[in-house]
Design a protein around this ligand. Sequence first.
Ligand SMILES: Cc1cc2nc3c(=O)[nH]c(=O)nc-3n(C[C@H](O)[C@H](O)[C@H](O)COP(=O)(O)OP(=O)(O)OC[C@H]3O[C@@H](n4cnc5c(N)ncnc54)[C@H](O)[C@@H]3O)c2cc1C
Length: 799
Amino acid sequence: MVIGGGIAGCSALYHLTREGWSDVVLLERDELTSGTTWHSAAQVTNFGAVQTMVGLKSHSIRLYQELAADPDFAFNYHHGDGGIRLASKPEQLDGYRHFVSMAKGMGVDFEVIDAQECARRHPLITTANLLGALWDPLDGDIDPVPLCQALARRARAAGAEIHRHAPVTAIERTRGGEWRIHTPQGHIDCEHVVNAGGYRCNEVGAMMGVMHPVASMEHQYFLTESIAAIENFGRRVPLIRCPTDDFYCRQDKQGLLVGFYEQDCKTWGLDGIDPAFTSALCPNDPDRVMPVLENVFKRLPCLEQTGIRTIINGPITYTPDGLPLVGRIPGQPNAWCITGLRAGLGEGGGHGWLLAQQIVHGEACYDTWCLDPRRFTGHANVEFTARKAIEDYQNEFRFHMPHEFRRAGRLAKTTPLYLSLQQAGAEFGVVNGWERALYYKPSDDFHEHHSFRFNETFPVVAAEVQAVAERVGIMEVSGFTRYEITGSGIADWLDRLSCSRVPRKPGKVALCYFLSPRGHVLAEATIAAIAPDRFWYGSAAAAEYHDWDWLRSQLPADGSIRMESLTASHTILVIAGPRARELLGRVAPRTDWSATAFPWLSTRRVHIGQFEAVAMAVSFSGEVAFELHVPNSSLLGCYRELTAEGDAFGLAHFGNLAVESMRIEKGFRHWKADLITEFNPMESGLARFVQMDKPFVGKDALQAMLAQGPRRSFVTLEIASRTAPAHAGDSIFQGDRLVGTVTSASWGHRIGSNLALAFVEPSAAPAATTLGVEILGERVPAVVCGQCRYDPSFARLRA
Ligand SMILES: Cc1cc2nc3c(=O)[nH]c(=O)nc-3n(C[C@H](O)[C@H](O)[C@H](O)COP(=O)(O)OP(=O)(O)OC[C@H]3O[C@@H](n4cnc5c(N)ncnc54)[C@H](O)[C@@H]3O)c2cc1C
């Protein structure tokens, strides 16, 4: 059952039929497209900042081409006008160069052009303060209403039902575990429900007890009178999007459609939406966009003499990170959403495609984490979402720079150490709402200039890594996902879920992997056997809702195993480095911290001074290290105990960037950077964690894949550049052939080398193979090296 007949609902319905389901129904409260879709500027670009977005947008483009060319139902799709995304700062051009490299991996060709070329391709723009642009040759716009009708027609032909003027008024779960959808005409029971309610998605969500982090903003565009230069141009003018002056424009008839992202922007409908608001617009408010318009005049002087024909002001939905929510609704079985689309015409075709695959097959052809509704957890309430929506709207065309974490919605989740770490110089980033130190500023006036190249943080991170490698470092890991699992038969239960060997003996810890039923890498967890009937499951902070949903769906029905989240109640202090055992021995003398008494991959209850903690000998840095899992009530006390003794051992703070450098040197993977649902564990280089001699979820599918041979191999690359790291998504070539994609990268400070982790074709994976990574427009030589470039025997970590 799909609720809502805008582009999102129509695309989801159509794609469900394409995936083989015909028993599907769409309910629309009014007419199809009567929400936002009918008045959309409907620009359709390939541009996306990550590969999944590029891939799904390409799907939209291919689909729309096919639909618009259907002789039985042809409609307007101005495809291939080309699009110019302007740049007036060098770092914007660097970003575009990275996006060119990233998009190649999805079979999409962008081009970086200079200012003169922009003027050559667009007859109306001036080049003042213009450095260049990203060119998308396939950019265009589509007529949104017939597009949705075309999708609906095809869905109906494949068996789908569409009921217009059928508002959903209530949703409940039946005793039989189905969804019962009520409308004034009666109710329908269904197995799956999809919320595609657009700006009303939270009205629909409330019927299920769900608050979606989606807020609407008012958004305006102007349609102009005819412009002589356009009439005489001989072909349609390309689209423009400008991150400096916050506008876009495309041709409309013989004039322009100009849209604005004003700083003085306005949320819409946060306190409820008039039920009669349908096929409707917000009141025109041209004054709000005047400051933007003044800059638009400078870029497009012809507009100063051109009259405005129409103003359109309509609600447009945003999520806290600007990407939509497409996937499972957290905590609700068989409930899905395709909401928060702010560029839904361009993306809608692809989102419906990926959603339908998830509903029908459990997962899609691309990893969909960047769209997964479970990436937002408890902090993403109405106020937080509204603040982030405003910020995102104000920065519409400004992509995030590496290490950039914007100001709105900050301090959503902090620990009692926040102020202490700030005093120590912490520059914070955000993980699942939690403030986490990226690095420690060497002086109060230290300021990072975000860049795709190595910048002033390089020596700062180098010093933190050096402290950890030579002495001892302390790091707070806030928000680490941690579930306490209690009951009987826990080890057996986990062992059947995980492809890895689960620890059974109390006091043991193991890194375990979980596969999807299709045999792909789903989750990674540190599992600690605290007692026979008490285990801890620890995973990435971002995985909090994802792993919770997965594990809970697998719990035995007899209630013999229970789960409780300790994510918000505990925090980890990591003590890492060759002097870690000494420091801990001083602060916690009643525990024997020696390598024989407290070896790698073991856990003990300890006292840090007077404060109780669970200590685990595990390491993400490759140095000997202990995670101290501390209740937040005693976190400050525990930290003070450690830092008070720290000076004698050369204790230094270190942050996420130092960890990133060290874990890549070790070849340790990061969930959703290097571990994605597109590949199986063997392809992901995790063979040593897979026990094929026991049953586990995904084993049959994995076996079938193994018989086919690997599609990709996971490698570490050493890159011959000292000016810039590679970036996730960068394309890798062997000669002229594209053979792979970078998943994460950093300078390896201990080995003094520029490193990247990557998936490559198996033929390109043997050690010493020379490849080329396309970094910021240059093909930089890179060599495949051993996966663990630092201490491959793991001697330091066990010391
Ligand atoms: C001015 C403007 C310009 C834009 N320009 C572009 C652009 O250039 N390119 C681009 O890609 N995107 C653009 N967008 C965004 C794009 O239009 C939206 O992302 C897209 O239309 C959203 O589609 P949707 O299906 O999610 O929502 P909607 O179109 O709002 O559809 C939701 C549907 O759900 C129905 N519904 C709600 N509640 C219920 C209920 N209880 N029961 C049954 N049905 C219900 C509604 O009636 C509605 O038809 C623009 C938006 C605006 C406002």
